[in-house]
Design a protein around this ligand. Structure first.
Ligand SMILES: [Zn+2]
Length: 177
């Protein structure tokens, strides 16, 4: 999935959480959680130097390549957000824990996006089913990254985001205003 697809998908799924945090904590907290989710949704592709985030962190992406990390492996596996959340859970600082949960959630949403593509994710449940490709839909319903189908999905995700965030900003709770 392209970077636009990942960001828009994560942004749409983040909506109920952002709405809840804005209501119960505040707008700046909601914004921090939103940024953390979006950041998480970009993070797994750090294993690919040509990706948006890999290109911004070439030292890390080439470092991962040099030590033999292949694309769509450990940074995409379920174990990564699980360990990140466990680390967040072990901390005493509520805010840092919340940010780590949000990053982990963003990583999971990235994985959802990739599991909607033809490629899926090999070994997603590592160390279980290590040689199994995990995907979310039958192959015929999945799309290729950069394909016209993906751009159509991205277009609808853009509309969905515009709708839900317009509602969030202008709703009666006065989020952001
Ligand atoms: Zn990916």
């Amino acid at each position: 999935m392209t970077v636009k697809g990942h960001v828009l998908l994560a942004s749409a799924f983040a909506y109920p959480i952002i709405d809840y945090v804005a209501m119960d904590y505040g707008n700046s907290e909601a914004l921090a959680i939103y940024i953390a989710i979006i950041f998480g949704s970009l993070l797994p592709d750090i294993d690919e130097p040509n990706s948006y985030i890999g290109n911004k962190a070439l030292l890390v992406s080439y470092g991962l390549k040099i030590i033999g990390v292949r694309h769509r492996t450990i940074t995409h596996w379920l174990i990564t957000p699980v360990l990140l959340s466990a680390f967040g859970f072990s901390l005493d600082n509520f805010y840092i824990s919340a940010i780590l949960y949000a990053v982990a959630f963003g990583i999971l949403l990235h994985d959802v996006g990739d599991m909607l593509t033809k490629g899926g994710i090999y070994g997603f449940f590592f160390p279980f089913f290590s040689n199994t490709k995990i995907a979310l839909l039958p192959r015929v319903l999945r799309f290729k990254t950069f394909s016209i189908q993906e751009y159509i999905i991205v277009f609808f995700l853009l509309l969905l985001n515009a709708y839900i965030y317009f509602k969030l900003i202008y709703n009666t709770r006065g989020f952001l205003f």
